[in-house]
Write a protein that binds this ligand. Structure first.
Ligand code: GLC
Length: 489
């Protein structure tokens, strides 16, 4: 294969790289501008008038202290997989056992029919119960925390009115409706012995699960197929809940749904590629921030750049080659970019092979350089912009030092995402250079505990606890909690 280095890049290709660098680089000053606007928008979301960021109260009203116990079921309906877990919070402080089964979420379900979605979920749950508990007809209803990771209005913890589908889902008849009765009806039709106790967002689960083992945790984040965060607010700072007369110092976890940040396009440095992603998505005008930073979109942004460089720009990459495979929308996911960024070889031979096998393309050495730089630019922009959200919550809450629990495929698997995010936080918050490289950052984004499993179990436990103590706020069906004892640990 041809090998290329930046030195022998043809001039037009180098110009093209410089052009992409201008489009995708977000400098420290811009990060600060984005963060300041973000703080303002978080506040707006909590106001009566509201804003783009939903800032949904979740009725999760305390942190765990590590002494929670019991066994709970948890169902996680994320963007890619469906997971059923049985979580035991053990008598030993901050410890847990978990058994789980994963089911692939069939692609066609994401844009199919609501009935089919609920039936599929009920089937997976039934399978899990039969495997782990035996004959379902002989069982009392088991308590379940349902991690439903989409924006939902919750007047109660056991309710979730879907505001809109995100992450490419588009199933008619669900938006604007409470998903709990739909879910329960499917369980009933199938005879699945389960009682939903709480509907949870993955970010809230992540926050609570991480706080179970680390008292410095203040924010839970997902950097995965979608991108979002939750943190603990005090009720007195949530004007849209003022009518409920909750004690001002009572805690309330807020699911920010920050993917919707800057839907008005006031501050984010969007490129023409971001505009196309939005226009061609099932919900144009929604999730502006998410579409620039989340895993579902990173590969697609990259693909759009390459197609453009083949079709439209002065330089034609892959001249004379058939780019039919590259033309297929959403054919490259963020793991494709990860592989490019991870290619350890000077001549990018792994990237070359990837393009041959996956796309049937034979890039030249200089084209490989351009491919690598493009991946770096997209991955770096995602990490740096994501950090603005973390910085914004920290600023809003006055957190100078804390831990942030993070989960999701991009955080866990995308090369350099953590280091790039940490560097961006440093620039935004003006931290001095470290004296010793081993020193911890004041605000650290750390790998979280399993939010949609352990977090869901903890939220079920905390909710039962607070009901026992007489805090009945935000509970639609207290009878479910009264009659539902957790399974013995
Ligand atoms: C999307 C969803 C949000 C979820 C996030 C991460 O942004 O709207 O609810 O937390 O993805 O999964």
């Amino acid at each position: 294969m041809a090998s290329g280095t930046l030195d022998n890049l043809p001039k037009d290709l180098r110009n093209e790289i410089e052009h992409l660098e201008r489009l995708f680089t977000v400098d420290g000053a811009k990060l600060k501008e984005v963060t300041n606007h973000f703080v303002h928008e978080l506040e707006k979301g909590l106001s009566v008038q509201g804003g783009s960021i939903p800032m949904n109260p979740t009725w999760v009203m305390s942190f765990p202290d590590g002494n929670e116990t019991g066994t709970y079921l948890a169902l996680d309906m994320g963007g890619t997989n469906l997971r059923v877990c049985q979580v035991t919070l053990t008598e030993t402080k901050s410890e847990f056992d978990i058994i789980q089964s994963k089911y692939r979420m069939p692609e066609e379900l994401k844009t199919g029919d609501a009935e089919e979605l609920w039936e599929y979920i009920a089937d997976c749950l039934m399978q899990f119960i039969e495997t782990h508990h035996g004959d379902p007809t002989k069982l009392d209803a088991l308590p379940l925390g349902f991690t439903f990771s989409y924006p939902a209005t919750q007047n109660y913890i056991d309710e979730g009115i879907l505001q809109r589908w995100t992450k490419g889902f588009d199933i008619a008849g669900v938006e604007g409706h409470n998903v709990v009765p739909m879910f329960e009806a499917a369980l009933q039709r199938r005879g699945v012995p389960i009682k939903l106790t709480a509907l949870i967002n993955d970010t809230t689960g992540t926050l609570i699960a991480s706080a179970y083992t680390d008292p410095k945790m203040r924010i839970g984040c997902i950097f995965g197929t979608g991108c979002n965060a939750a943190y603990m607010e005090n009720c007195g700072s949530i004007p849209k809940l003022a009518h409920m007369n909750l004690p001002p110092d009572m805690p309330m976890a807020i699911n920010c749904e920050w993917g919707a940040f800057d839907n008005e396009h006031k501050v984010l440095p969007r490129t023409p590629y971001d505009v196309i992603i939005d226009k061609d998505s099932p919900r144009p005008g929604q999730q502006s921030f998410e579409k620039m930073v989340a895993g579902l979109y990173l590969g697609e942004i990259f693909r759009l750049v390459l197609v453009d460089l083949h079709d439209n720009q002065e330089i034609k990459i892959f001249p004379g080659q058939d780019i039919a495979k590259l033309r297929k929308a959403y054919s490259l996911d963020s793991s494709f970019l990860s592989l490019i960024e991870e290619d350890p070889f000077e001549n990018l031979s792994e990237t070359f092979e990837l393009f041959q096998t996956k796309l049937g393309l034979t890039p030249t050495g200089p084209e490989l350089e351009l491919i690598r730089r493009t991946a770096e630019l997209i991955g770096t922009r995602a990490a740096r912009l994501s950090a603005c959200g973390v910085a914004a919550i920290s600023k809003k809450k006055g957190y100078k030092e804390c831990h942030v629990g993070a989960d999701g495929s991009v955080f866990n698997k995308y090369p350099n995402f953590k280091a790039r995010g940490a560097q961006a936080l440093r620039e935004i918050l003006d931290w001095p250079e470290k004296a010793d490289p081993k020193e911890d950052d004041p605000i650290e984004i750390l790998a979280a505990e399993d939010g949609s499993g352990v977090g869901a179990a903890l939220i079920a436990a905390l909710t039962m606890q607070r009901i026992k103590q007489g805090n009945m706020h935000g509970i639609l069906h207290p009878e479910n909690f009264r009659t539902t004892e957790p399974l013995p640990a």
